[in-house]
Design a protein around this ligand. Structure first.
Ligand code: SF4
Ligand code: ZN
Length: 321
């Protein structure tokens, strides 16, 4: 098949749009979607100047998503002194796996000459995911602990670095899976959070939760396209799967969505379009004060609806095991 834009040999066919694209036009189309998201979700403040730039923290795990995000952000802002990028890598204490992906991060930040910080669960919480997976005091999937710890580290360090934005590499498939899981679990509070996290209203959210505003610039790009982009650009991404990856429910949803997408191209996009509208309605309700009240965690001071935040509950359970 030939590229619909220029007639050169196509490297991909997107069933949801019907387009065949060659390497050049495919890469351009990915970059265009990511930049549009940056403009819409992570708008640069008019107050940002070369003397007083914004700091954007990028969560860099070394996997294809975060490597592609960091690469495109760098290409976009390398010559714009109003934005300073800082890559933040988290080592969860997963032998073998994470050491290799940290190497991928180091290769990338060296090639792009980016500021880079490495944080470990060991130093932050006094634990390693290999041990947590083994002891598993609450009988959950390792990812259920790991995700809570990761969100905590990202938001605390974004605050510590005085970041203006926190960007992560979630792609369209990740987002559609999360949306479907929240709907199927009936978790309206999570649905409402999506609105604040992904659709602007940064100042409001930052004020309410004292959190650094966040954005997911890859959220319009399907996982397969992120992988193809990383491959075509020869980016140093680490592709092995984590040995503890066992979020069984997400796996089921992922298979379901892939089947649906195959039989009904465009399903992921339509899920997200509807979900955003629902999230807006849910968020509005919470803003009117119908939602749970936020207060400070007794131990760490983080924002929570309970006396102890989820992270402190989990650290306590792991310590007691
Ligand atoms: Fe953590 Fe699960 Fe990701 Fe492994 S797959 S790094 S355990 S969240
Ligand atoms: Zn806490």
């Amino acid at each position: 098949m030939d590229c619909d834009k220029c007639g050169n040999p196509a490297v991909m066919h997107a069933a949801y749009s019907g387009l065949h694209l060659c390497e050049k036009h495919f890469c351009r189309s990915v970059e265009k979607r990511v930049r549009r998201r940056i403009r819409e979700d992570a708008l640069l403040s008019p107050d940002a100047t070369p003397d007083d730039p914004e700091t954007w923290v990028v969560g860099l795990s070394g996997g294809k998503d975060s490597v592609v995000l960091t690469h495109i952000l760098h290409e976009t802002f390398a010559k714009d002194p109003r934005v300073e990028l800082l890559a933040l890598t988290i080592h969860e204490g997963i032998e073998g796996y994470r050491d290799e992906s940290v190497d991928a991060c180091l290769d990338l930040v060296e090639a792009l000459d980016l500021r880079h910080e490495l944080v470990t669960y060991e130093e932050e919480f006094g634990l390693r995911m290999d041990d947590v997976a083994e002891s598993d005091p609450l009988g959950m999937a390792p990812c259920a602990y790991c995700g809570v710890f990761r969100r905590d580290v990202l938001s605390r360090y974004a605050t510590e670095f005085d970041a203006d934005k926190l960007l992560t590499g979630h792609n369209l498939d990740d987002e559609a899976q999360t949306a479907l899981m929240n709907v199927l679990e009936g978790d309206v509070a999570q649905v409402a959070k999506h609105f604040d996290a992904s659709l602007g209203s940064f100042e409001e959210r930052a004020e309410v939760e004292e959190l650094v505003p966040r954005a997911k610039p890859l959220r319009d790009v399907p996982e397969k396209e992120v992988a193809l982009y990383a491959h075509l650009k020869d980016l140093p991404a680490h592709i092995t799967e984590c040995p503890h990856a066992s979020e069984a429910y997400r796996g089921e949803i992922q298979r379901l969505l892939l089947d649906l997408e195959e039989n009904h191209p465009g399903t992921r996009h339509s899920i997200m379009a509807g979900y955003e509208e629902l999230a807006g309605i849910a968020a509005e309700r919470y803003r009117r004060g119908d939602g749970p009240e936020m207060r400070e965690c007794e131990r760490c001071g983080g924002a929570t609806t309970r006396s102890l935040c989820r992270k402190c509950q989990l650290v306590e359970a792991v310590d007691a095991a």
